[in-house]
Design a protein around this ligand. Structure first.
Ligand code: GLA
Length: 390
C-alpha cells in the first residue's frame, strides 16, 4: 500500500470513530476504472477491457447484529443516515445512500445473513465523470460486508451482487463491466473480461515501460442525465438480437455482420446499434492479441475506430468528447476514444510520453476556444482492484 493510501485509510478510520464512537472493524478500498476498449458491449454478453484507476472509494465499516444500518459519506453534506436492514425497499431512495443500502439489500436477497453495519465512506473517484464512482461505492461495501460476515464470496460474485443492487435497488440498467473491474482488476494489468460468463484474463499493460502514457480527460460534462438514452440503446440492442434470432448480439460473428445487416432490412436504427456492438467486440479481440504479441502502439488506430463507431453508429458521444479525440489525434496521440457510457464523462488518450505536454496543451486550448469548461487531465496507471487496507 502506498503512503498516501495508508494515510487516507487512517483519516477515514479516524472520522468513523468521531461519528460512531469507536474504531471501525476494518477499512476497505475499491477503485474506479477506465475502459480501454469494449464499450456498450457488456449488456450484449460481449467483451470489455477495463483497468482500475488509482482513485478509490474507501469505507470504514463495523459489523452490527441488531438490524440497524448507519451510513455516512465524507463527500455529501449531511448527518448519519439510519436505516433498518428489514426496511430496505428497491427504488425507494434517490440519494447516494441507495448504493450502499442496495448492496446490503442484494446480499440479504441472495440469502446472506447481513445483520447491520456502521459505514463511513470517502471517495476520490470523480463522480459523474464516467469513471465508475458508483461501482466503486457498491463494491467497497460488498467487500467489507463479505469479510465482516465471513460470506466467502469471490470478486466476480461481489460484482454480480453490486450490479443487482444498481439494477434493481437504485434502478439503473447498467451492465456488469464496472463492478467487475472494481472487484477484479490487478495493478499493472488490463482485465480482458467475457461478460457472458465473467471468465477473465489479466493482460499485462505497463505503458511506462514502453515509453507511453495513457491520459484521462474528464470533460466535466456530467453524464447522469443520460440514463434514459442508455436504456434506449440497451433496448435497441435487445431488439436487434431478437430480430436476428440470437440470445445476445455477442452471438453474431464478425464474419457474418454483413449478412446480418442485410437481414435487418431497413431498420436503420437497429442496424447501426448492431454494427457498433459486433465491430466493437472484434476490436477488443484485436487489441488483446496486439497487446499479447507486444505490439502496444498498434492499438491506437483501433481506439480511434472505436470512438468513430460510438459517435456515428451508437451515438453516445458529445461535442466535448469528440473534441478531445480529434484534438489529441491531430496533436500526435497514438489513439483516443471516449470511455464509459458516454454523453459526457471522460475520454482516454494513448500517447508517447514525450508528446504528453503538447497534447494536453492542445486539448486545453481547444476547450477554451470552443467555450467549454476546462477539462481535468490526469495520467492513469493500471492499479489494484478492491482490497482490505486496514
Ligand atoms: C456504463 C455502464 C457499463 C457499460 C458502459 C458502456 O459505464 O455502467 O455497464 O455498459 O457504460 O460500455
Amino acid at each position: 500500500m502506498s503512503e498516501s493510501s495508508a494515510a487516507a485509510a487512517e483519516a477515514v478510520a479516524a472520522r468513523f470513530e468521531e461519528l460512531y464512537g469507536s474504531a471501525p472493524d476494518g477499512v476497505w478500498a475499491a477503485p474506479g476504472r477506465v475502459n480501454l476498449i469494449g464499450e456498450h458491449t457488456d449488456y450484449n454478453d460481449g467483451f470489455v477491457m477495463p483497468f482500475a484507476l488509482p482513485h478509490t472509494a474507501v469505507a470504514a465499516v463495523s459489523r452490527r447484529d441488531d438490524g440497524v444500518l448507519r451510513l455516512h459519506s465524507a463527500d455529501v453534506e449531511g448527518p448519519v443516515v439510519e436505516l433498518t436492514v428489514d426496511g430496505l425497499t428497491p427504488e425507494s431512495d434517490k440519494r447516494w445512500t441507495a448504493y450502499p443500502a442496495g448492496v446490503v439489500w442484494a446480499l440479504r436477497e441472495a440469502g446472506h445473513a447481513v445483520t447491520g453495519a456502521d459505514v463511513h465512506l470517502a471517495s476520490t473517484v470523480p463522480s459523474g465523470a464516467g469513471l465508475s464512482s458508483s461501482a466503486a461505492l457498491e463494491v467497497v461495501v460488498a467487500l467489507a460486508l463479505n469479510d465482516l460476515f465471513g460470506l466467502g464470496l469471490r470478486g466476480w460474485q461481489l460484482a454480480r451482487l453490486s450490479q443487482r443492487a444498481e439494477n434493481v435497488y437504485v434502478g439503473a440498467p447498467v451492465g456488469i463491466m464496472d463492478q467487475t473491474a472494481s472487484a477484479c482488476c490487478e495493478a499493472g494489468h488490463a482485465l480482458f473480461l467475457d461478460t457472458r460468463d465473467l471468465s477473465q484474463r489479466q493482460i499485462p499493460f505497463d505503458l511506462a515501460a514502453e515509453g507511453m502514457r495513457l491520459l484521462v480527460v474528464d470533460t466535466q460534462v456530467k453524464h447522469s442525465h443520460s440514463e434514459g438514452e442508455y436504456g434506449k440503446r440497451r433496448e435497441g440492442c435487445e431488439k436487434g438480437a431478437a430480430l436476428l434470432g440470437v440470445d445476445a448480439l455477442r452471438d453474431v460473428p464478425y464474419e457474418e455482420l454483413d449478412a446480418a445487416l442485410v437481414r435487418l432490412g431497413d431498420d436503420e436504427e437497429v442496424r447501426r446499434l448492431v454494427r457498433h456492438v459486433v465491430t466493437e467486440d472484434h476490436r477488443v479481440e484485436q487489441v488483446v492479441s496486439l497487446l499479447e504479441s507486444g505490439d502496444t502502439r498498434a492499438i491506437g488506430p483501433l481506439l480511434i475506430e472505436g470512438h468513430a463507431s460510438l459517435r456515428d453508429d451508437f451515438r453516445v458521444s458529445c461535442p466535448e468528447l469528440d473534441l478531445v479525440v480529434d484534438t489529441a489525434v491531430t496533436a500526435g496521440a497514438l489513439g483516443a476514444r471516449m470511455t464509459g457510457g458516454g454523453f459526457g464523462g471522460s475520454a482516454i488518450v494513448l500517447a508517447e510520453e514525450a508528446d504528453v505536454p503538447v497534447i494536453t496543451k492542445a486539448v486545453e486550448e481547444a476547450f477554451a476556444s470552443a467555450g467549454f469548461k476546462t477539462p481535468r487531465v490526469f495520467e492513469a496507471v493500471p492499479s489494484a482492484g478492491a482490497r482490505r487496507v486496514r
